[in-house]
Design a protein around this ligand. Sequence first.
Ligand code: ZN
Length: 91
Amino acid sequence: MSTITRVHGEPGKPGVFLVPSASQPALGHQVAYQTEGVAYCTCPGFQHRRACVHVEAAAAHVRAEALGRPTTPEAISTARDRLRALERMFS
Ligand SMILES: [Zn+2]
């Protein structure tokens, strides 16, 4: 269900992300993520609290990328196809 879009940087590395807004799905918030605890988001919540769900989502996305887990719908679909091919091979 991850619909975070990386707009800058390499997978698993710091970068800039577009994270959908829960209240306004058509709009996204831009998150600049450096490392744990060092990030910036354009949403109003972050301006008040210096923390928000978008920054957390971007951090989780970077962690998943670093572990080599598929994070885009295309990558997940490719991984599923590979798994099916393996299953056929061993059945
Ligand atoms: Zn935010």
